[in-house]
Ligand binder design. Structure first.
Ligand code: CA
Ligand code: CA
Length: 209
């Protein structure tokens, strides 16, 4: 959670540029949906997924189950941590659900490609969601941080949160560091400079998707 606090600023910086063109679509096919579904994935949630990736000719370029590390991966939905095709195509999913996504280059690695992905590649992914958790910017996280339930985060509340996160991860409390981190968070997040982070200021901005 400490890392996610630090990454607040980065995701916000990343969201600030880009021209508005109508985006091509991701083709979504549901391969399996579990009978029981306690919650559905939404922007800001953290998803744990297994995934396979295929080129248009059917060659597999990635498989999280058989590649060296054999680990499903965690990512936060809707903040451009992954390709746009995933952010768009993995909403409203249940834990245990499996989807096939056909992602055009503009929503994947584009004109440049990346690593073993050649330029202008349309990619097919088979993605299975193993687990869904509240992301660092979810309403649930906000409520947890908002100690006095007034729907805004004071400097004290943010500092308390940092202190608790440090403690939870076994770091000694460091008041100067917490103070600096808190000031840094407010400098970037408190957009209207009223000394509080409102729930609106806190929540991820998704309009670029
Ligand atoms: Ca509060
Ligand atoms: Ca504010």
């Amino acid at each position: 959670m400490l890392l996610t606090v630090l990454s607040w600023s980065i995701s916000l910086l990343a969201a600030s540029c880009g021209a508005k063109l109508p985006d091509p679509e991701v083709k979504v096919e549901v391969l399996h949906r579990p009978f029981l579904c306690h919650r559905k994935s939404k922007y800001g949630d953290m998803l744990l997924v297994h995934h396979e990736g295929y080129f248009e000719n059917g060659t597999r370029f990635h498989n999280s189950r058989s590649d060296d590390n054999q680990q499903p991966v965690w990512f936060t939905l809707g903040i451009k941590e992954v390709i746009k095709g995933w952010d768009k195509g993995l909403q409203d999913m249940c834990a245990g659900e499996k989807r096939k996504l056909i992602v055009p280059p503009a929503l994947a690695y584009g004109k440049e490609g990346k690593g073993k992905i050649p330029p202008e590649s349309t990619l097919t992914f088979i993605i299975e969601v193993m687990e869904i958790r509240n992301g660092p910017r979810s309403h649930e996280s906000f409520q947890e941080m908002d100690l006095n339930d007034d729907w805004k985060l004071s400097k004290y509340e943010v500092k308390e949160y940092l202190r608790k996160e440090f403690e939870r991860h076994g770091y000694p409390p460091n008041d100067t560091l917490h103070e600096n981190m808190m000031e840094d968070i407010f400098a970037k997040e408190d957009e209207n400079k009223d000394g509080f982070i409102s729930s609106r200021e806190f929540t991820y901005k998704h309009d670029e998707l």
